[in-house]
Write a protein that binds this ligand. Structure first.
Ligand SMILES: CC(C)(COP(=O)(O)OP(=O)(O)OC[C@H]1O[C@@H](n2cnc3c(N)ncnc32)[C@H](O)[C@@H]1OP(=O)(O)O)[C@@H](O)C(=O)NCCC(=O)NCCS
Length: 183
């Protein structure tokens, strides 16, 4: 059962990364994870204290995600602790079901170990096998060079630029729209 077969992958550090779909029992740890990553970079759309879901609301969200064939929330875990998260949702109406946007993050102490890369590979494999997802979109800050590098490596193409998407400490920051067609 389940739409995603859990995986265990060896990182170049020698650590073993477990990748599996999030379940409602992960809600409390995921809320803690989100609070932690929100303070580790200014690249997400929320800062510390701004992700306002309670564990109960998060559990409901995860349950709803798990039931949808065109949405997935993947977790990356090291020794049972959440170190990465990737969430994607396609549209709800028939004309929009084939396309959606994803967001991802990795705990800062584990950056540059290849975790983002394997999370993205595993997610895109899932999209390709889904026979339903035909387009994956994302938004990324223009100055988030590591993320842009990662997305380009996986074939994402630049589709546009939106100005003033972020306002941080009085400075506007533009975002790039990138997309990958799934064939
Ligand atoms: C973006 C993010 C998910 C990447 O995760 P990660 O586990 O560090 O990714 P990886 O280790 O697989 O890959 C990072 C790549 O960026 C490269 N990189 C790191 N810093 C870089 C920089 N300043 N400029 C260009 N490339 C950079 C690394 O060399 C590596 O590429 P390579 O494997 O081809 O050498 C992570 O940095 C993160 O969570 N950032 C905060 C949240 C965020 O920005 N999310 C994305 C929002 S759109």
């Amino acid at each position: 059962m389940g739409k995603f077969q859990p995986k265990r992958l060896r990182l170049k550090s020698g650590e073993e990364l477990e990748i599996r779909e999030a379940r409602s029992a992960d809600a409390a740890s995921l809320v803690q994870y989100v609070e932690a990553v929100s303070g580790e970079s200014d690249n997400l759309t929320f800062g510390p204290g701004e992700f306002e879901l309670t564990a109960a609301q998060e559990a409901e969200y995860l349950e709803a995600m798990a039931k949808r064939s065109n949405a997935i929330h993947l977790l990356g875990l090291l020794d049972g602790e959440i170190v990465a998260s990737l969430s994607f949702a396609g549209g709800l109406r028939s004309r929009m079901r084939h396309a959606g946007e994803f967001g991802m993050s990795v705990r800062r102490m584990h950056w540059n170990k290849g975790i983002g890369n394997v999370m993205l590979s595993v997610f895109l494999d899932w999209c390709r096998r889904s026979e339903e997802i035909r387009k994956v979109n994302l938004r990324v800050r223009v100055d988030n060079h590591a993320a842009i590098h990662l997305y380009e490596k996986h074939g994402f193409k630049l589709e546009g630029r939106k100005t003033r998407e972020f306002l941080l400490a009085g400075e506007f920051v533009d975002v790039l729209y990138m997309g990958l067609e799934i064939d």
